[in-house]
Structures are given as C-alpha cells and as structure tokens.
Design a protein around this ligand. Structure first.
Ligand code: SF4
Length: 167
C-alpha cells in the first residue's frame, strides 16, 4: 500500500467557507486525487482578516507592491509578508510535497492576479498573490498548481505524478 502524501491547498477549495463573501469554492476533482492528505491554508483568515471581509487588491506604489483594502485602504502588506514567511517554514517542516492555490486571489493566485496602478484606479498588469509570491521565492522547487489546472484531467495527473516523484 502506498503512503498518502501531503499537499497544501487554499482552504476555500476544500469547501471551507473562508472567502471574503463567507462562501467556499469546493472542487469536484478532489475525489479523483486518490491518497492525498490535503493541508488547508487560508492566508487571509490566518493573518487576521474576518469572514466576511472587504475585498483586497494588489497595487503598485512608490514603496513597491502593496496589499490594500479596496475601500478602507488598510495596508496588509507587511503583516501578510511576515505571516507568509512563518507559514512557509511551517509547511516546509510538515513534509508538504505540493500546493494547489486558488486562481486569481490577491493572496493565493499564481501569476493571474490583477495588478492595479498607483491609487488602485486601473489594472496595469498581472502578478502573483502576496502569499503565493513569498512561497515561490522561498521554495522555488515546490510543485504548484491552481484549481483551473486541477480541473483538467491531464494536468491533474501530471501534477500528482510530479509531486509523488519528489517524495
Ligand atoms: S483564495 Fe486563499 S485567501 Fe482567499 S479564501 Fe481561498 S484560501 Fe483564503
């Protein structure tokens, strides 16, 4: 019998109601993943944001990339960066072999998150979610995917084969 392997995942994809609107994004492909132990992570809730909460977005500024409340302009950048570094160390110590992120999230997205210009007026590009960005910098060899890739059977099998080979 093969040992189950541990993959981190954005909590909302597992059906946890942690999104800004109090809802989840439960994924039907989870049942097709075999012996995986899913390890849920919600950076926004774990960093101290409420459920529900205001939307946040990533903006350019003269001080670099910022993670800000859309209405309140509350600056979560430093808190999220500090939290992310601690959480990545925890995950590295917990035998995690891969990570499935929620697409387009300002915390979890992989390269598909709208980047707003200064003052948040207009989209000027695409970037990583803040938590994902820290993880990718600290742990570039970790296999990552998002739920769009995992919904595609071929990409799902390739991801699961890749993470199994890293064990
Ligand atoms: S996308 Fe990430 S930060 Fe947003 S609710 Fe899901 S796990 Fe939490």
């Amino acid at each position: 019998m093969t040992e189950p392997f541990r993959i981190a995942i954005s909590s909302c994809l597992l059906g946890e109601r942690v999104r800004y609107d109090g809802e989840s994004k439960l994924q039907s492909w989870l049942v097709d993943c075999g012996d995986v132990v899913w390890v849920p992570v919600c950076p926004e809730v774990e960093v101290g944001m409420s459920i529900p909460r205001e939307s946040i977005q990533i903006e350019e500024s003269c001080d670099g990339i910022k993670l800000l409340g859309v209405e309140s302009r509350q600056d979560w950048t430093e808190q999220m960066n500090n939290f992310a570094r601690q959480r990545v160390w925890q995950l590295q110590a917990a035998d995690i072999v891969g990570y499935v992120f929620k697409a387009r999230s300002p915390s979890c997205g992989i390269g598909d998150v709208p980047l707003m210009g200064a003052l948040g007026q207009a989209v000027v590009g695409k970037t990583n979610g803040r938590f994902c960005d820290v993880l990718m910098e600290m742990w570039p060899e970790l296999s990552i995917a998002n739920e769009v890739m995992m919904s595609d059977a071929k990409q799902r099998v390739e991801f699961l084969q890749r993470v199994q080979q890293t064990r």
